[in-house]
Ligand binder design. Structure first.
Ligand code: IMP
Length: 434
């Protein structure tokens, strides 16, 4: 493992945190390179559950260096809160470094997120309201405040003095009534900057040094390919690039360093937020309830909204394999399908009598697509302990129909399944070793 990128292949919430935690055991460095506090990575250690939004998932391992790269947008109060939480639970978290080029999410970004969403009506993505879109808008529009500014009170004051009145006008123009206090924001953020300053550095240089020493680096993707600003279901995705190539840009290294590209897919599909979802099983359908409620429940880690659920979509996943250049697959939540007689996989769409094999760009076309399913035999439900026992024994202990399901996925997607996960705990994650 020189440098491995872990990417979500669906709509986020694929269980990447758990796969990353599994791989972090062998990693020297874990890097977040895009997104922000909209991400929610759940990591379970023994009985303890941790939900990270900004902290990289290797933070609980003392010897692992954790980097928040330039491609991430950082809400300082949220980051400090997470740091305090892990410290309170016995983890010193001194192994963190933050890029001086990462952008800062400011209070007005959250206000604008809410106002923009409300005005968009049916074209709203159902955002996490963490200010992500407006923060990336400011980055591209060159209204941004970066971490190097946050730790420099003079520059911070100057930027806020110029930008806050502009944002105030925007808030009013969008129908908002919030009143911004530039001095208050500056004071609060100067204090945040003082607390975060020990972690802020040029992480591109740091990472280059680590790679030159042959350290094993793990790039931790947030969200998923189909939420990507370029390759996702626009405009219902997020505002950053969530694909493997973004790891190089968002961490400040050259793409030649990216070796293994591991894509994480759930054995079914789920999402929070709006947008077309061809394989969705709607309403209180028995299978939908089964998928949502089994295995800890399908509720967004960041917003706790119930996730929409449906069958695995191979049209969607074929695109994910392509745009990420995947070298391997990790399939999660296989245990959740346990207890269903038959499981389905969408192999193509049909629209107006035509077979569609490539994921369409147009949301109108996508919403008219009807899934074509292949049905496979299901496997029995098991207790958490039973699944862990199976995971310990390895691939041969998997129920036959599950093994056939994985072989079917490999044949359809033309990528080997390297990791399978059959439960929430670390013990339920198994390497299939190819
Ligand atoms: P935003 O990233 O908060 O702007 O939200 C845009 C869309 O992406 C919404 O549909 C969110 O529900 C979705 N989203 C953002 N981050 C995540 C994530 O980490 N997991 C799942 N969905 C996400």
């Amino acid at each position: 493992m020189p440098a491995t990128v872990v990417i979500g292949l669906q709509f986020g919430d694929e269980g990447k945190g758990k796969i990353i935690d599994f791989l972090a055991e062998r990693a020297d460095v874990v890097v977040r390179f895009q997104g922000g506090a909209n991400a929610g990575h759940t990591v379970q250690v023994g009985e303890d559950l941790y939900a990270f939004h900004l902290l990289p998932s290797g933070i609980l391992r003392k010897r692992t260096l954790n980097i928040i790269g330039n491609g991430v947008v950082i809400e300082p109060a949220q980051l400090l809160k997470e740091l305090e939480e892990v410290r309170a639970r016995g983890h010193p978290a001194e192994n963190l470094r933050i890029s001086d080029r990462a952008h800062v999410v400011l209070p007005y970004h959250k206000i604008l997120d809410g106002l923009e969403e409300a005005l968009k009506g049916g074209l709203g993505a159902g955002t996490t309201l963490r200010g992500i879109g407006p923060a990336f808008e400011d980055k591209v529009g060159r209204f941004g405040v970066r971490m190097c500014d946050l730790v420099d009170p003079d520059v911070l004051r100057e930027k806020l003095r110029r930008f806050v009145p502009i944002k105030q006008r925007m808030i009013a123009a969008l129908g908002g009534s919030d009143v911004l206090d530039a001095d208050g924001i500056a004071r609060e953020h100067i204090a945040f900057g003082e607390r975060l300053a020990p972690f802020v550095t040029d992480t591109s240089v740091l990472l280059e040094t680590q790679l030159a020493k042959g350290k094993r680096v793990l790039f931790e993707g947030a969200q998923g390919t189909h939420l990507c600003i370029d390759h996702g279901i626009y405009p219902f995705g997020t505002s950053s690039n969530c694909v493997a190539g973004a790891a190089a840009v968002g961490a400040g290294i050259g793409p030649r360093h990216l070796g293994e590209i591991l894509g994480v897919a759930k054995a079914f599909t789920s999402r929070v937020g709006a947008g077309p979802f061809p394989t969705e099983i709607e309403g209180r359908d028995e299978t939908a309830v089964h998928l949502r409620e089994t295995g800890g429940g399908e509720y967004g880690t960041t917003t706790r909204r119930p996730r929409r659920v449906g069958w695995i979509d191979l049209v969607m996943l074929r695109m994910s394999v392509r745009v990420n250049g995947l070298t391997g697959l990790a399939v999660t939540k296989l245990d959740v399908l346990g207890g269903l007689d038959r499981v389905r996989a969408c192999t193509a769409y049909e629209r107006k009598g035509e077979r569609i094999r490539e994921f369409p760009a147009s949301m109108r076309v996508l919403s008219e697509c009807v899934p074509v399913y292949k049905e496979l035999k299901g496997w029995p439900a098991q207790s958490e302990e039973e699944w862990e026992g199976i995971a310990r024994k390895g691939k041969r202990a998997l129920p036959d129909p599950m093994r056939r399901y994985l072989t079917f996925l490999e044949a359809q997607l033309k990528v080997p399944v390297r990791i399978a996960s059959v439960g929430r705990s670390r013990a339920a994650t198994m390497s299939l070793g190819r």
